[in-house]
Design a protein. Structure first.
Length: 286
């Protein structure tokens, strides 16, 4: 039986199958009311890890989660990301890891999420125009001030992860990874070796490779859906993998979370493992 729990940073217990809040609409109206219901249902079903970011609606997603879930139940971890800002020449989004930007986004997240400390803060992207030591040094300062509990990274290489670990204690990495897109397999291996949580974004994605028939066949054997098989494969891949599938529909949420109860037999696991290593599925933003 695959373990359903993981301890981030050695002391933060979460259920491994979490929820990505990116797709929840934050604009006023029926869609927002549905989004609130989805977030609440996720927690009702036992989700203890929810992922959001400043980028998602320029903080509106954080505010939505606070409206839905605050005061937060004990054991619920809402992790957010900073380092992408609307500071391009024409006001467009760009990677921005300048210390003043990171600090401002953390302060805004604290207010929007209605918390005094962000237990897991992730750098959304490394800003190539700002020294990494300055970016992570700022997060380390915020950690020393008690505003941040633990620090993670997103979309990094093995070399970048190693460099970052010379500066701060990295407890999580959030990279694109799924059954048909294993470009970051080396990063997952590095995380597994170090006991670092690996949060695959875009954990379910179908390419145009013909592999879907193989996945569907395994799903039929298990009486499950292809989506559930893809998530079960991730959970089976390594104990550090914490998938965060997102959706704006309760029925889809329930389908996703049921994947935690799915056990792949060795032959099924081998069949899935053989599917086009490194195949690049259709990608999207996290």
């Amino acid at each position: 039986m695959t373990s359903t729990a993981f301890r981030i940073g050695g002391d933060l217990d979460v259920r491994r199958l979490g929820f990505g809040a990116m797709h929840l609409p934050a604009e006023p109206g029926p869609d927002r009311e549905n989004a609130l219901a989805v977030a609440r249902r996720a927690v009702e079903l036992g989700v203890t890890l929810i992922d959001t970011a400043h980028l998602y609606g320029e903080g509106a997603n954080e505010e939505l989660l606070a409206e839905a879930l605050h005061p937060y139940p004990e054991g619920l971890l809402i992790t957010t990301k900073v380092g992408v800002a609307r500071t391009g020449p024409g006001g467009e989004w760009k990677f921005d890891g300048r210390p003043e930007i990171l600090r401002a986004q953390v302060e805004q997240a604290l207010r929007r999420l209605r918390v005094e400390r962000i237990e897991l803060l992730q750098l959304h992207r490394i800003d190539p125009d700002t020294p990494l030591a300055d970016q992570l040094g700022t997060l380390r300062e915020l950690q020393a001030e008690g505003l941040v509990g633990r620090i993670g990274l997103s979309e990094v290489t093995v070399a970048e992860l190693a460099e970052a670990r010379e500066i701060v204690d990295v407890v999580s990495v959030q990279n694109r990874y799924n059954l048909l897109d294993r470009e970051h397999e080396p990063v997952l291996a590095a995380c597994a070796a170090a006991g670092i949580a690996f949060l695959p974004w875009r954990p379910v994605a179908w390419g145009k490779t013909g592999a879907e028939a193989e996945i569907a066949a395994v799903a039929a054997d298990l009486g499950a859906t292809p989506t559930q098989v893809a998530l079960a494969w991730l959970l089976d891949r390594a104990p550090v993998v914490l998938p965060i599938p997102g959706t704006a529909r309760i029925e889809h949420l329930e389908e996703n979370l049921a994947a935690a109860d799915l056990d792949l037999r060795p032959a099924q696991r081998d069949r899935l493992d053989r599917l086009a290593e490194g195949t690049r599925a259709e990608s999207g933003s996290d």
